[in-house]
Design a protein around this ligand. Structure first.
Ligand code: 3H9
Length: 711
């Protein structure tokens, strides 16, 4: 078995080297190794001080997250007790931090007497994003070493800080800026401390000065967290724990932290958020694309179409330092696009998120043109023109003529057949879909659409460049709407149908936001544009023609030019920042229901939720079975990152697993039978859903069995 802890002695200093790649997770084996090493150092009378460092170049990413699901995080030695023993050590203990010290990794460092950190190191307590709180003393030690406000901000946001910031905040004692090995510097530092007779520093003996905190500090932070991290429980528990640090003696504070941690670690929210964590890593594994597939070099990018989408896409690349050409055939559109980009940057500057010199740097990388000849040397070209197949095909014909061999030709289509686009080129192997979400410079999700002939290295290149520009790429196959918009279709259909049956937009939206969605369906339509969903329907009329009520209200609003927020009228009326119900929607719905013979009635919240979510999950099951998504967790990532599905519910497929697939299936069957002809049309359960229920399986198990993860 691999030795995850190396012990050596250099004179009077014992050195513990943690060696548990890839991230030095504090698994049971590491904890046992640490305990044994510590015991040995205490017993060795020649040892006066201990240095704990990493053999892998990065201190530690904390507890082994997989142990939360297995329960092994509780296996002896437990991290909290181990850290208390280290803190009580009669011999000086120094942490040498390079790379990352996250979660339990940072908690280990905080339990030491002194910390030396490489200047490039990052330190943080990201537990909150896993639905838990730092459970090995972090919530009690950090407010003592730094100050409560800094500690609270780090713990509630989960954002790591630089070594410099940690040093300024007081929880890094020495910065290692020289080019020499950190371990050498740490050993010298230990000797220096011994020579100076430096005291042992235990947080248990430190008091927190709460005088500087405003009286309603914790109340305000709770309200702020409830607003910014709506629905998430962990931020609230983090605040409870830091408050305990400020109000209780150290030992009692630790006990309170333990209790709060225990409450979170087994919660459905923690399961959901940890599911999302592993889903993000799993999404990088793509069938038929080996991890060793060499990506193509992408040094220059071109974006075709200077509309809102094209401009937003271009911003991603210039923000990442990649020279980008923005092309539009019309001078006027190009100018409008450039103005919109400048305006976006100006907003960021005014909010203090960017400084003006950085903006100039980015804009310096942007070249605007109306000439295709100017994109001939681009390594990646992304088309973002009007969503119509013939228009996009024309662009690709031109790209095929002007682009250099080996250039990756990408389409930002959100629904169209990528293979039909690729087919007009002489190089379908170089064609891929890169479906950005609006606003493209903000949204993290990127659907990477794999065409029938897309080459593996083109997919690998797309993955790599996506991560470089800070996106989360999820590979999907070709079908109408790919994964995100295809699953959205039944969800939106039901919301619209229930308007005909008697629900109001506000009622539907409230049920969905109460469930945790960032926005209700009607608000989302108004924001995205009723014209956009109308055009999507136009592209799919043949498939929906048998349902005369399909998208009925949206079609009428579109005909009246009521496109939502941008025209001031849609499912709601907008006057400045005020929003109110649009009575026209009710009128259209009532008239249409009478015409179509739809009985209007009171619809319960439960029915609204189930009729929106169950068909969404059902469509996910079909997508999985067809192989359009590689795994259920990819669907979850798409919904959490592109459609405002709450991360604390883990995404629709995880939600279905947690709810019980039998419940989802029974719901589909119930509405199929209850809603008559309409139910028969749209509520047929997916065969995969039926099969998994019959076998007692889950989407998660289905993922595990997927060929792709066997790699
Ligand atoms: C905690 O500490 C609780 C304590 O307070 C209390 C305990 C009582 N465990 O992300 P990458 C895997 S909670 C297990 O692709 P990068 C990851 O799944 C912990 N596995 O690399 C992947 O595996 P695979 C608090 C982990 O360079 C591989 O390592 N800590 C862990 O892009 C590479 O990961 C955190 O929340 C882990 N802790 O990013 C930190 N971390 O190849 C979580 C990673 O099989 N980790 N893996 O798919 C991270 O944020 C990033 O992984 C990190 C590296 C920034 C470290």
């Amino acid at each position: 078995m691999r030795d995850v802890m190396h012990y050596s002695v250099a004179g009077d200093i014992a050195v513990f080297g943690i060696d548990n790649p890839p991230v030095n997770g504090l698994s049971q084996a590491v904890r046992a190794g640490l305990q044994a090493a510590f015991q040995r150092a205490l017993e060795d009378t020649t040892v006066d001080a201990i240095v704990i460092h990493s053999c892998t170049g990065s201190f530690s990413a904390g507890a082994d997250i997989a142990e939360f699901a297995s329960g092994n995080f509780n296996t002896q030695p437990e991290l909290p007790a181990l850290l208390e023993a280290i803190e009580a050590s009669p011999k000086l203990v120094i942490a040498a931090i390079d790379g990352m010290a996250l979660g339990g990794g940072l908690e280990l460092a905080l339990a030491c007497d002194y910390r030396i950190a490489a200047s490039a190191a990052k330190l943080g307590l990201p537990e909150v994003s896993l639905g838990i709180l730092p459970g090995a003393g972090g919530t009690q030690r950090l407010p003592r070493l730094a100050d409560p406000a800094t500690a609270l901000e780090m713990i509630v946001s989960g954002r790591p800080v630089t070594a410099q910031a940690a040093s300024e905040a007081g929880f890094v004692d020495r910065l290692h800026t020289a080019d020499t090995p950190l371990l050498d510097a740490a050993v010298s530092y230990a000797r220096e401390l011994l020579a100076a007779n430096a005291p042992r520093l235990s947080c248990s003996e430190m008091l927190i000065d709460t005088a500087a905190l405003p009286a309603d500090f914790f109340t305000d932070r709770r309200l702020e967290a409830a607003r910014r991290q709506r629905g998430f429980q962990a931020p609230q528990r983090c605040i409870d724990a830091v408050e305990a640090a400020c109000t209780l003696p150290f030992a009692d504070g630790l006990a309170r932290e333990r209790a709060l941690f225990a409450q979170c670690v087994t919660s459905p929210q923690a399961r959901a958020q940890q599911h999302v964590f592993f889903a993000e890593r799993a999404a990088a594994r793509i069938p038929g694309v080996g991890a060793d597939t060499p990506p193509r070099d992408i040094a220059r990018v071109a974006v075709i179409g200077a509309g809102t989408m094209g401009g937003g896409i271009a911003m991603n690349f210039i923000n990442a330092g990649i020279p980008t050409v923005l092309l539009d055939l019309s001078e006027e559109s190009l100018q409008r696009g450039l103005d919109a980009i400048r305006n976006n940057y100006a907003i960021s500057v005014s909010k203090g998120r960017l400084d003006a010199s950085r903006v100039e740097q980015c804009l310096g990388l942007l070249q605007a043109t109306t000439q295709y000849a100017d994109i001939a040397d681009a390594d990646l070209v992304i088309e973002a023109v009007f969503e119509r197949l013939d228009i996009k095909q024309n662009v690709f014909r031109t790209l095929d003529e002007v682009c250099k061999p080996g250039a990756i030709l990408a389409s930002n289509t959100s629904t169209l057949d990528l293979d039909a686009i690729a087919a007009v080129t002489s190089r379908p192997q170089d064609v891929i879909g890169l479906h950005f979400f609006s606003p493209a410079n903000v949204m993290r999700l990127l659907e990477v659409v794999r065409g029938a002939r897309t080459a593996p290295d083109v997919i690998a290149s797309a993955q790599k460049v996506a991560r470089r520009i800070g996106k989360l790429p999820v590979v999907v196959g070709v079908c109408f709407g790919f994964v995100g918009n295809r699953m959205l279709e039944p969800y939106g259909r039901e919301a619209m149908r229930m308007l005909l049956e008697g629900a109001s937009p506000a009622q539907i939206d409230r049920v969905l936001t109460d469930f945790g969605l960032a926005m209700g369906l009607c608000s989302m339509s108004d924001l995205a544009g009723i014209d956009v969903s109308y055009l999507t329907r136009q592209g799919n009329r043949a498939a929906i023609a048998h349902d005369p009520g399909y998208g009925f209200i949206g079609d009428r609003l579109y005909e009246k030019g009521h496109y939502g927020q941008k025209t001031g009228q849609g499912f709601y009326l907008y006057a400045g920042r005020q929003r109110s119900e649009n009575p026209e929607v009710e009128e259209i719905a009532a008239t249409a229901a009478a015409e179509l013979g739809i009985a209007r009635r009171e619809i319960s919240e439960e029915e609204i939720l189930e009729r929106c979510l169950f068909p969404l999950v059902n469509e996910g099951a079909r997508i999985l079975e067809e192989g359009i998504a590689c795994r259920a967790s990819d669907c979850d990532l798409i919904y959490v990152n592109g459609y405002g599905f709450p991360a604390w519910r883990g995404g629709p497929m995880h939600y279905a697993d947690e709810t019980g697939l039998d419940v989802i299936l029974a719901g589909m069957q119930h509405y199929r039978d209850q809603l008559g002809e309409y139910g028969a049309m749209w509520f047929e359960p997916a065969p995969l859903l039926e099969r998994l229920v019959a076998e007692g399986g889950t989407f998660r198990d289905f993922d595990r069995g997927a060929e792709i993860d066997k790699r």
